[in-house]
Design a protein. Structure first.
Length: 396
């Protein structure tokens, strides 16, 4: 299988010039191991995976004797034996020239010893699913923010509903048959439910947890009302909040908060919730094929898609994503880069008009944003108003 270069490669290489330990996390099957074993800039590194039982036994037997005296060592699935972090701390403190890349599907920030062991020594990076540009071999770029008219749109990747059903994890993107896509996502979710939750999060009531995950998948792209969700699922609010925190730590869901004067103020407001991938949202809603989604949910799936594509850019290029609401006006996403703000509205249609930019117009007056974009399935760049443009989703 041909390796498709990931945008994260350059950031990892740059980080290794600055810090001694790079921690690469992200959901299962997002391509972390493939990246670490195939990236040109990591060639020559010594690689071990704790998925290998012989490796795991050796490191458990004697962490001091296991780690080789090499300039760059990659330890994959390191969450399986996190006491090795203490030995890594000892090594990098004694030899500042040594470098380590640690990877795992669980968010290492949750593991009890990580913060203490690697404080001041590590940079944490998270690998997201592919963006469309990345999958097509194009470099990460937000140049269109400054020059929308110069945007090269290329051709459509195909039927939007099929794109939403498939998602952007590497493996299902290789499948043509939707039956195979559905089976892959079923296995993906089963692994998280039956293995990761039991091993990593000590979840004892798996049926209750599974019910929560399904309910969260049903509200992707919506406001997260924990009280309402608690009533719908029968799960106590405190337990529900704990589950949501765990799911964020495992990169399955993300909360996006409203833009306020300060981050603290924004986090007191009701956030929007998004699945990590639109294909996962389809699986959680029980869709067997792309024809199963209705128009209302299709809109929220498309908003989830736009979110994950924007996030793939901010992961490597910087910037933060927020929502914006005031009275009856709202904008799906605010991309903040330094003092500049750019607005994005998602519309799951093949044509857009000036009326679709109503929220952007209101938000620009309030926020002083540079410009706004209505993202849709329309194949061309359109001018929808002063510094407001319609753009196709696949340019992200």
């Amino acid at each position: 299988m041909t390796y498709i270069r990931r945008w994260m490669e350059d950031l990892i290489a740059e980080a290794l010039e600055t810090v001694q330990v790079v921690v690469l996390t992200g959901p299962r099957q997002v391509g972390k191991t493939t990246l670490l074993r195939s990236a040109e800039k990591l060639k020559g590194a010594t690689y071990f995976s704790f998925d290998d039982l012989r490796v795991l036994a050796a490191v458990r037997d004697s962490p001091q004797d296991f780690l080789p005296d090499e300039p760059l060592v990659i330890l994959d699935e390191v969450q399986r034996y996190h006491p090795v972090l203490l030995e890594i701390k000892r090594i990098v403190d004694m030899d500042p020239g040594r470098r380590f890349v640690l990877s795992g599907s669980a968010n290492l920030l949750l593991l009890r010893d990580v913060s203490e062991s690697l404080a001041g020594r590590a940079l944490h990076l998270a690998l997201s699913p592919f963006s469309m540009r990345e999958r097509q071999g194009e470099p990460a770029s937000l140049a269109f923010l400054e020059n929308p008219r110069g945007l090269k749109t290329g051709s459509s990747p195909g039927d939007l509903d099929r794109v939403l059903f498939r998602g952007f994890f590497p493996r299902p993107m290789d499948f043509e048959k939707e039956s195979k896509i559905g089976l892959w996502w079923k296995g993906f979710l089963s692994t998280y439910m039956e293995k990761d939750m039991r091993d990593l999060a000590n979840i004892s009531n798996l049926p209750e947890f599974a019910r929560t995950v399904t309910a969260l998948g049903e509200i992707t792209g919506n406001l997260l009302n924990v009280l309402s969700l608690s009533r719908d699922t029968g799960v106590p609010q405190s337990t529900l909040s704990r589950y949501i925190n765990m799911l964020e730590a495992l990169f399955l869901f993300r909360r996006i908060y409203p833009l306020q004067a300060t981050k603290t103020a924004g986090m007191r407001k009701t956030p929007k919730l998004f699945c990590a991938d639109c294909g996962m949202a389809c699986a959680l809603n029980g869709f067997g094929n792309s024809d199963d989604m209705d128009d209302k949910f299709r809109g929220r799936l498309f908003e989830t898609l736009v979110y994950q594509l924007l996030k793939a850019h901010t992961d490597v290029l910087g910037g933060e994503l927020f929502t914006w609401r005031k009275s009856r006006d709202e904008v799906d996403f605010v991309l903040a880069r330094g003092r500049e703000k750019f607005l994005f509205e998602a519309k799951a249609r093949d044509s857009v008009s000036t009326g679709d930019a109503k929220g952007i117009v209101a938000a620009r007056k309030q926020l002083g944003a540079v410009r706004g974009f209505v993202v849709s399935d329309c194949p061309e760049v359109q001018v929808l108003g002063r510094d407001i443009y319609g753009i196709p989703w696949w340019v992200l």
